[in-house]
Ligand binder design. Structure first.
Ligand code: ADP
Ligand code: GLC
Length: 482
């Protein structure tokens, strides 16, 4: 029996391209631990990391009937800390080198792939001995589950008590496709309206989810408010405002089982707020690993980890690098994404070798090494629904310099507050970003004050425990009997 079924296109440690993977690896197990039976269903990717777990085949040919009347799926199951995780397998859709896109752009059949995924989820769940009390979908890839459920509920009493929740992790990705694909999706004609799946003549999967879910959440309270306005609403602000009664913000947490320098399998040594000496050793080992000058050992070293996309303010970072390199500091950048950003950063590395290191790629262990080994974390995001890397940076004693947007506002207490845990600047502007960096450097040189800030940051708790309670409260508010 599953009280809450989470539907997601990523789940750490099996699959991850960013924060969604981290959230789905942590929230469901936390809800499960609290006595609410949770399960997750996610695609079976060819490049998945099974971490040594065994899989059990549950269905060898579950009839899906999409895109062809004869199409079937395989369903596998594994155990994740006592919680079941199900995988939807169909090689032609998910056995690919990347999850959603190559360097040349999105896979041409993304809409078809995720219609197939969402349809399979409901077909499979319909065969469960009893329906889940809540089906909780995440982002556009799982967004059609609530609309399918909505229309099924009207004609099939099996679903009559099942509620749906849709979480927006990033409104910029809406799953917007041509009208033709709406007609293929199997949603009824009545869903093709400005109050449903239609958006300027296109099929908008996330909009459909917002329209037909019983509740919608965004991943931080500030972002939940920001998306109601034109600056961050990505064209959906009016529609979101008209649905605002069912939208709320629930702040993500951090999985401190994975992200805590106290016991981190990727670090050369451990440290905590009580004894931070190990951080210096992590810094030395990081500088060595990245072939950076050992003179940086007693200079401020900055770190940046993130997708090299406009969202993350990579252009601001590139803008300030020449000025930053005039100072006695180092910078390590880990990321991949936009080819032009990658090339510009690599060019800059040639110019400032020894002080600037750029690692293009996606490497979990290096992300931990940089969180621990840097002194100051850079996060000049243009928008940030929640952001997890700054939450990890706090725990690793690496105060962030970040734009005051979205979840960054909800997690960083900015200097000069006496409880400061980092530095923020008001808007996406390279000069303001650089001023905040200079402020951070000045505080870093005041060793006592810096140590106090580091310890304050490390003691901040953004646990999943609190967020999971808020989600359970929401499920119950919807009337779910859990
Ligand atoms: P987003 O989901 O917008 O990418 P978050 O801050 O919520 O941003 O989460 C990003 C996650 O992805 C973090 O776990 C971060 O460590 C990880 N990450 C991002 N880029 C890389 C990279 N190049 N290598 C390893 N991990 C990365
Ligand atoms: C998205 C957002 C990020 C958030 C993550 C997890 O990828 O860009 O801000 O932390 O989802 O919710």
């Amino acid at each position: 029996m599953h009280d809450v079924l989470y539907v997601t296109s990523e789940m750490y440690p099996f699959s991850k391209t960013g924060g969604l993977g981290d959230v789905m690896g942590a929230l469901p197990p936390c809800v499960h631990e609290k006595g609410v039976n949770a399960a997750v269903i996610t695609p079976f990717y060819g490049r998945m990391n099974l971490d040594g777990r065994k899989l059990r085949l549950v269905y060898s040919d579950l009839h899906v009937g999409y895109p062809w009347p004869s199409t079937t799926a395989e369903i596998y199951q594994t155990d994740y800390d006592g919680m079941p995780v199900y995988f939807v397998a169909r090689g032609e859709y998910f056995d690919r080198r990347y999850y959603y896109n190559t360097h040349n752009g999105d896979y041409f059949d993304n809409c078809e792939r995720f219609i197939f995924f969402c349809k399979t989820v409901l077909k499979w769940a319909r065969l469960l001995p009893s329906p889940p009390a809540v089906i909780h979908s995440h982002d556009w890839q799982s967004a059609l589950v609530p609309p399918y459920l909505h229309f099924e509920r009207a004609r099939d009493s099996f679903w009559k008590n099942t509620k749906s929740v849709s979480t927006i992790h990033n409104l910029a990705f809406q799953g917007r496709f041509s009208e033709r694909l709406f007609h293929e999706s199997g949603l009824p004609a009545e869903a093709w309206s400005m109050h449903g799946a239609e958006f300027y003549g296109d099929f908008n999967m996330l909009k459909a989810s917002i329209a037909y879910s019983d509740a919608v959440t965004a991943v931080s309270p500030t972002y939940a408010a920001e998306i109601l306005g034109p600056e961050f609403g990505c064209g959906l602000e009016g529609f979101l405002r008209s649905n605002s009664g069912k939208i709320e913000g629930i702040l993500n947490g951090a999985d401190y089982n994975v992200w805590d320098p106290c016991e981190d399998k990727f670090l050369p040594c451990c440290y905590s707020a009580e004894d931070i000496r190990g951080k210096q050793q992590c810094k030395q080992s990081m500088l060595r690993e990245f072939y950076m000058s050992d003179q940086l050992e007693d200079k401020p070293v900055f770190g940046f980890i993130g997708r090299l996309r406009d969202q993350k303010g990579v252009d601001l970072l590139i803008d300030i690098i020449p000025k930053l390199m005039e100072k006695d500091v180092g910078l390590i950048v880990l990321g991949e994404g936009n080819l032009a950003y990658e090339a510009q950063l690599l060019d800059l590395m040639e110019e400032y070798s020894g002080k600037l290191c750029v690692q293009v790629g996606y490497t979990e262990n290096l992300a931990h090494a940089i969180q621990a080994g840097s002194d100051i974390f850079l996060m000049p995001s243009r928008y940030e629904p929640c952001g997890l890397t700054q939450i990890y940076a706090l725990r690793f004693g690496t105060p962030p310099v970040a734009t005051a947007v979205g979840g960054l506002c909800d997690t960083i207490t900015p200097y000069p507050d006496e409880e400061a845990t980092g530095f923020t600047f008001a808007e996406s502007d390279a000069d303001l970003f650089f001023e905040a960096i200079e402020q951070a450097i000045a505080v870093w040189h005041d060793r006592d004050e810096w140590e106090k800030m580091v310890k304050r940051a490390m003691r901040k708790e953004f646990t999943w425990d609190r967020s999971a309670d808020e989600y359970i409260k929401l499920y119950r508010k919807l009337g779910a009997r859990i």
